[in-house]
Design a protein around this ligand. Structure first.
Ligand SMILES: [Zn+2]
Length: 497
């Protein structure tokens, strides 16, 4: 335990010998200050000295065993509000463990009650009376010490290493209701820079303007004498210690990419509701997202497709690229074979939705889906009906025309006008082929740029799409069934496989 006194730079603090250190410790201890806060005010940097589970050991090393004997429960520290209590650190680590994250690193952020800053100032003013140099010294930051204690415990108990760049966040907020108004005198002070506003929201009064930054800057403006006349020095005792008021664990999302096939009609890409009523029974997002959610234990998920087909359109061929964003996953270190097992499971249960090339992808790869939208082309196959059979000449003419690209002018279709802005878009058909099946039914194969409204190209949408297949044929045309046969976008990226 000599380690503690040996890491105190007594000369920097204006203390000449060990006895001086002990005398400071005794002074602070007489004001119920905890041993860890005494070490902080003696500028012991965040380190192993703070992790002693026996405060008696620390007290003894500082020669203050008589002044502040350990009691059960111990007297709460009026400086740190007992936020340095090892029991709180253990509570945080146990809660984290219960969540079951497979994270190997974590970034910790801490929010302290504002009264802590007022109480630190109070202790500094108090210390200045006995030692001006010590009172002016900046104590080791409370947050740094808490962070150190939490990180070390996480590392020892769970092998989780502290890393500010980690995607695993642990946000700790301490509360202490009894000292919540400690900083009120700073607001009431004449010429105070803190301007608060009180407003009512949902029947509850809220105050803004007295942020931590505002309190700290007003504390800077308040001279010692003025401070001392308005707030007790040393800080007044407290009956109850601070508690962990909020503890939020949040992990960066992970992304699982692949291609989906939709082998039956009337399946939407995402759950489709009109008002409260669910229109399609199944959605791609449900079929693919639920097993992924079960695998990575995320809070929620979003499926993002590279475009989407209508619910009554099948998605065949090599499938449509998509990714699933998994929010706050407990497991991010999933193995490729665990992900591929989802593909097999959908095959074995004969699901009308199948997935291919399912794999973990980097967050950057999701941009391929979002930006690929403009560049990709799609192959379709449709069953088309004409009001009267086409002559061979007409059929040849249409197919000759379809060997070159055809520029379409498409006004926003009537069927989507309720949710999309009315405008005219240009889209290109790259290839078109019409094959007769019988008198009035034809198979239409075509390749188009992304975003082409295929149904409207066939029937013309009351003249809103020009040219249309109906225009070209000179008779009424309608689309009976539509399948997407290929989406030409290389995704997921080969390198990620
Ligand atoms: Zn303390």
């Amino acid at each position: 335990m000599d380690a503690i006194t040996s890491v105190v730079d007594s000369r920097a603090l204006g203390l000449s010998c060990l006895d001086d250190i002990k005398s400071v410790a005794a002074t602070m201890s007489s004001a119920q200050t905890c041993a860890l806060c005494i070490m902080r005010f003696l500028q012991v940097p965040a380190g192993p000295e703070y992790l002693s589970r026996s405060l008696d050991d620390i007290n003894q090393a500082l020669g203050i065993e008589a002044a502040n004997p350990s009691s059960n429960p111990p007297t709460p520290c009026p400086v740190c509000l007992s936020t340095l209590d090892m029991a709180l650190v253990d509570q945080i680590v146990v809660s984290f463990k219960e969540q079951g994250y497979d994270a190997t690193t974590a970034a910790i952020s801490i929010e302290l009650p504002k009264s802590v800053y007022v109480r630190h100032r109070s202790m500094q003013v108090f210390l200045k009376r006995s030692n001006a140099q010590l009172g002016s010294a900046t104590p080791t930051d409370l947050k740094e010490v808490i962070k150190y204690m939490v990180c070390q415990t996480l590392a020892t108990e769970l092998g989780v290493v502290g890393d500010m760049d980690s995607g695993m966040r642990i946000d700790i907020g301490y509360s202490h209701a009894a000292s919540a108004n400690d900083h009120q005198f700073l607001i009431d002070r004449e010429g105070s820079s803190i301007k608060t506003k009180t407003f009512r929201k949902h029947g509850v009064y809220h105050t803004t303007g007295d942020s931590k930054t505002a309190v700290l800057s007003e504390l800077d403006l308040c001279h010692d004498d003025d401070f001392e006349s308005r707030f007790a020095c040393p800080p007044p005792a407290i009956a109850q210690p601070a508690t962990v008021g909020s503890l939020v664990f949040k992990r960066a999302p992970i992304f699982i990419g692949g291609r989906y096939l939709k082998l039956e009609r009337n399946i939407s890409q995402t759950p489709f509701f009109v008002g409260e009523r669910r229109i399609t029974e199944l959605s791609i997002a449900d079929v693919v997202g639920e097993p992924i959610k079960a695998l990575v234990r995320c809070d929620a998920y979003n499926l993002v497709g590279s475009g989407r087909e209508d619910a009554d359109v099948r998605m065949l061929g090599d499938g449509r690229p998509f990714y699933v964003e998994c929010i706050n996953p407990r497991y991010a270190l999933v193995k490729p074979e665990q992900i591929r097992a989802i593909e097999d499971q959908l095959v074995s249960c004969n699901s009308p939705v199948q997935v291919r090339r399912l794999q973990l992808i980097c967050p950057e790869d999701t941009s391929i889906i979002r930006e690929g939208e403009e560049h990709k082309t799609k192959h379709y196959c449709a069953l088309v009906w004409f009001s009267s059979p086409l002559s061979q000449d007409k059929l040849d003419e249409i197919n000759a025309c379809g060997k070159q690209s055809i520029l379409l002018q498409q006004k926003t279709p009537i069927r989507v006008l309720h949710r999309r802005a009315p405008l005219t878009r240009e889209r290109r058909l790259l290839a078109l082929e019409l094959l007769p099946l019988n008198d009035k039914f034809y198979k239409l194969r075509l390749e188009s740029e992304a975003g082409t409204y295929i149904k409207e190209f066939v029937h013309g949408d009351l003249g809103r799409t020009t040219p249309s297949l109906a225009d070209m044929a000179g008779v009424t045309a309608d689309i009976i069934e539509l399948d997407v046969e290929n989406v030409s976008l290389d995704f997921p990226p080969a390198a990620a496989q």
